[in-house]
Design a protein around this ligand. Structure first.
Ligand SMILES: Nc1ncnc2c1ncn2[C@@H]1O[C@H](COP(=O)(O)OP(=O)(O)OP(=O)(O)O)[C@@H](O)[C@H]1O
Ligand SMILES: [Mg+2]
Length: 388
């Protein structure tokens, strides 16, 4: 499921030789970056992302790749090495030389901007900017990038650490992959919640992620989760401001309704999306699935008919989990999801509260059942066998 409503584009020329300059890239009247009026003259304002990035860029260890290096790394962007495709373009598995040229080659994921796609330079830049500033075990590492504006057109690429189990999406929804055990689902959501809590509360400025969904939760060989895709991320409101006004972008089924209606972006919008994904891990169903009967296409409308404190609730639990879950924990997670998707954003919990609540649910799962395995060995080998 890819993002909706996009705009573009860039003007700069020439191949980037160092961290991209961001200062001049943010048009003043771009609705996606403007904050809502009201200034706070008496309070010293926290530094902005651009300021922090400029400082960190000096010490940044991002590598700047030539297009030729990335062509080589992917065997000419060979389609056999393509591991995914999203709104930004295609993602390839590749191999690069280690820094300094000595040592074993490094396996990476290379995202190549689709020239005709609806995401563009601005999203590429946001990704470099945010990933240049953040540092957390639950956020994917950007190793470097490539930017070329030549006679033969524009090229924008991003080089990430390779995540052997790719994203949460196929593990939840692709029936040909082994079932992801309940405890692993919970552990993945705890890690993802810790990543979001860091973005919301752990930096000098708040970051609103804006595109939380299963395909953006990447999984390493041990199913440790890391958030990817910062192309839509924005700095949160500062001072007295309650929200940031933006053009509405995100993914249908995950975006908070008040944001879609008004374009007013707040951290609570991420909490809503998190609640949607919690229902996805409970039910094994997609937030929006056009292949289902009309009444079941929108997950949140469907689950409403099976409240967590009734017997009917058991009807919506992912059948693939069989009985290998703790009923108490799963109800607890459903109740948490309900608070995340509260109509009034003020009634939604913070990410820190969510982390705590999920850890409690994990504890309940651990004490109440011995039949839940937490390592989907066969998922690991299924992906490894395909060499992806
Ligand atoms: N670092 C990575 N390591 C391994 N696989 C990756 C990596 N980054 C992305 N992928 C794979 O590529 C797929 C496509 O990713 P991409 O972010 O381009 O699109 P998306 O998340 O599916 O959609 P959208 O563009 O709407 O965010 C992912 O779902 C994942 O399977
Ligand atoms: Mg993505």
């Amino acid at each position: 499921m890819s993002c909706f409503f996009f705009k573009k584009k860039s003007k700069s020329r020439g191949e980037a030789k160092s961290a991209p300059e961001l200062q001049n890239e943010r048009p003043r009247n771009n609705p996606a970056v403007n904050r809502v009026c009201k200034s706070t003259s008496s309070i010293p304002s926290p530094r902005s992302l651009t300021e922090v990035y400029k400082e960190k860029a000096k010490e940044s260890d991002f590598r700047v790749f030539s297009l030729q290096e990335l062509v080589q790394a992917t065997n000419g962007f060979n389609r056999m090495l393509k591991i995914g495709e999203g709104g930004f373009g295609s993602v390839y598995k590749g191999t690069i030389k280690p820094p300094g040229g000595r040592g074993d080659p490094i396996v990476v994921a290379i995202k190549k901007l689709n020239k005709h796609g609806f995401q563009g330079h601005k999203e590429w830049l946001a990704e470099v900017q945010f990933l240049g500033v953040v540092n957390h075990p639950n956020l994917v590492k950007l190793l470097g990038y490539c930017s070329v504006d030549g006679e033969r057109g524009t090229q924008r690429l991003l080089v990430y650490e390779y995540m052997a189990n790719r994203s949460l999406e196929p593990h939840l929804f692709n029936p040909s992959l082994p079932t992801l055990p309940w405890k692993t689902r919970l552990q993945i959501m705890i890690g993802a919640a810790e990543g979001l809590a860091y973005l919301h509360e752990g930096l000098e400025f708040q970051v609103i992620y804006r595109d939380f969904k299963t395909s953006n939760v990447l999984l390493d060989e041990n199913f440790h989760p890391k958030l990817s895709d910062f192309g839509l991320a924005r700095e949160g409101p500062q001072g007295d401001n309650t929200h940031v006004s933006t053009a509405v972008v995100g993914t249908q089924g995950y975006a908070a309704p008040e944001y879609v209606d008004t374009g007013h972006l707040k951290a609570e919008c991420d909490i809503y999306s998190f609640g949607v994904v919690l229902y996805e891990i409970i039910t094994g169903r997609r937030a929006l699935d056009r292949n289902r009967p009309a009444a079941e296409q929108k997950l949140l409308n469907w689950v409403k008919q099976y409240p967590a404190d009734t017997d009917r609730f058991s009807m919506i639990i992912d059948l693939r989990l069989r009985n290998h879950f703790s009923p108490g924990a799963i109800r607890k997670v459903a109740k948490l999801a309900n608070t995340c998707i509260s109509k009034n954003p003020k009634d939604r919990p913070t990410m820190a509260q969510i982390v705590e609540s999920l850890k409690e649910a994990l504890q309940v799962s651990e004490t109440s059942s011995t039949s839940q395995s937490s390592a989907p060995e066969s998922s690991r080998s299924a992906l490894a066998r395909r060499g992806k």
